[in-house]
Design a binder for this molecule. Structure first.
Ligand SMILES: [Zn+2]
Length: 499
């Protein structure tokens, strides 16, 4: 240790406040005594990874989501509860160890009154402490650059576990397993700038240093993680470059939030069902135009269809966001153009002032706001106005959909349904335009149309912890409109209290 290091060490020890700019500083301060050698950061690169041991969760490759039930109720207990004990439990452990840049559980959150139930969070610290974007925003595919920040530079204490398919077809868990560098394991790490409880990153084949772009294998891995978590409140998301990904190193995000996302409740119109059983629909009455892919004869069919769509947009340099919902059974797909509009000076100054980056979570209806003013004034109309800017125009959406269907059909070996689908996408714009026009007329039409609603406020305080008491306060406001079916309300309540 040289003089510089020891003075920094003292400074950090005295400060002990959560204003860490980089977790490596912290590691240097705390790790000096316990780790000799390596770069001193206990990272995942060659300097530190040799001989490292990390927990390993090996999941069972299921073909269909229903098979998951067989695991749960079938032969014996799983070795560890994936979501509750491993993922959330280890995440809380990292919170207690002070590895996050701020306390996300202290951020105010509310459900915005209205038909859709947009969720607003006030997060004043995030944009100040977030890693800066270090690449151009007008190219969806860019080569990996090892000189810029990437996830091999995180500290090993930020890794929750390695996530791999099981070799022998059974779920397995090893609390301390060697890192098999040759085979570049996939890892789940904390997001040190979380936007919600349990916010983690899934980094497929982390040591391969893949750029941010979707391929068949990585999307399937992300879907398997959603299946493994087995909770509709745990979603995974993906932002392409140009659609507000901030790190050009292949990763998915995921977190746990116990309310339905507005996009999950939005009406949809079925377009078709492919031969492989994947149903494709289109969102209607939602500010961002998007496609929904669900079901499929196997998980692989769903994954292949969606990854073909992603690859198509990547090759056409169209930025997009993906939300993996419903335990991996339903995938929302949004081509977007906000960054492009921003660059062309077409976004209104008042929206730009909010500095909200409409990535997958915002598009899905979870608005992370940076200014108290925006949080206090949050309304469905404002959320709608921002998200409408993210959406492709009706015409452009038709064009892009046609491209996507063509890509999917090509892979589906020119099946007849598929060919009709492409033609439909090109010529159908009229009928859909009408639907959208009535709903979109203005965000206001939707708000004024609703007259009666039942508001239910639920405050839950739960104590979880490992030895020490950790207080997690969740405040949720759920809105159920009387116009919706009562059976649905009942279902929702049961849902809520189960969790
Ligand atoms: Zn190192």
């Amino acid at each position: 240790m040289n003089n510089n290091n020891s003075s920094m060490e003292m400074m950090l020890r005295i400060k002990r406040v959560p204003t860490v700019v980089s977790n490596y500083q912290k590691e240097e301060a705390e790790g000096g005594a316990r780790r000799v050698g390596g770069c001193g950061r206990n990272c995942l690169r060659d300097c530190c990874i040799q001989g490292a041991k990390l927990p390993l969760y090996a999941f069972k490759r299921v073909n269909k989501i229903n098979e998951e039930e067989l695991i749960e109720h079938g032969s014996g207990e799983p070795p560890v509860a994936f979501l509750d004990s491993l993922l959330l439990g280890e995440w809380e452990d990292r919170m207690q160890r002070g590895l996050f840049r701020y306390d996300v559980t202290a951020c105010e959150t509310k459900v915005i009154p209205g038909r859709y139930g947009f969720i607003a969070q006030l997060n004043e610290g995030r944009h100040l402490k977030k890693r800066p974007t270090e690449f151009r925003v007008d190219k969806v595919l860019q080569p990996f650059d090892g000189n810029k920040f990437n996830f091999t530079k995180v500290g090993q204490e930020e890794v929750l576990f390695q996530f791999e398919a099981s070799e022998d077809g059974e779920v397995q868990f090893f609390p301390s397993a060697p890192v098999d560098c040759e085979n570049s394991p996939s890892m789940v790490v904390i997001n040190v700038s979380p936007i919600e409880y349990g916010h983690v990153l899934l980094i497929p084949s982390i040591l391969d240093c893949l750029p941010q772009s979707i391929d068949h294998e990585s999307l399937l891995l992300a879907i398997y993680m959603a299946v493994e978590a087995g909770s509709p409140f745990f979603r995974l998301g993906y932002n392409s470059l140009g659609a507000f990904a901030t790190i050009n190193h292949l990763h998915f995000q995921a977190y746990y939030l116990t309310v339905p996302f507005p996009v999950e409740k939005a009406p949809a119109k079925k377009i078709t069902t492919l031969d492989v059983g994947v149903k494709i629909s289109e969102l209607v009455n939602y500010p961002v135009r998007g496609l929904i892919f669900e079901g499929g004869n196997t998980l692989q069919d769903l994954s292949t269809t969606v990854s073909n769509a992603c690859i198509c947009l990547q090759n056409n340099n169209i930025p997009f966001n993906v939300l993996i919902s419903d335990c991996g059974n339903r995938i929302f797909f949004f081509p977007q153009c906000y960054a492009e509009k921003q660059a062309l000076g077409e976004v209104s100054p008042e929206l730009l002032d909010t500095q909200v980056n409409p990535a997958v979570w915002e598009i899905s209806g979870h608005m992370v706001l940076k200014r108290k003013k925006d949080y206090e004034e949050a309304s469905e109309e404002n959320a709608w106005r921002l998200l409408a800017e993210v959406s492709l125009s009706e015409e452009r959406f038709r064009e892009v959909s046609a491209l996507i269907f063509e890509a999917i059909c090509y892979k589906n070996n020119g099946n007849q349904d598929c060919e009709n689908l492409v033609k439909d996408a090109e010529f159908k714009s009229h009928s859909t335009e009408e639907v959208v026009a009535t709903s979109k007329g203005s965000g206001g039409a939707i708000i004024t149309g609703v007259q009666e609603c039942l508001v239910l406020h639920v405050n839950i305080e739960s104590r979880k912890g490992k030895g020490e008491v950790l207080l997690v306060t969740v405040e949720v406001s759920l809105l159920f409109f009387l116009s919706s079916k009562f059976s649905e309300i009942e279902h929702m309540l049961v849902y809520w209290f189960t969790y």
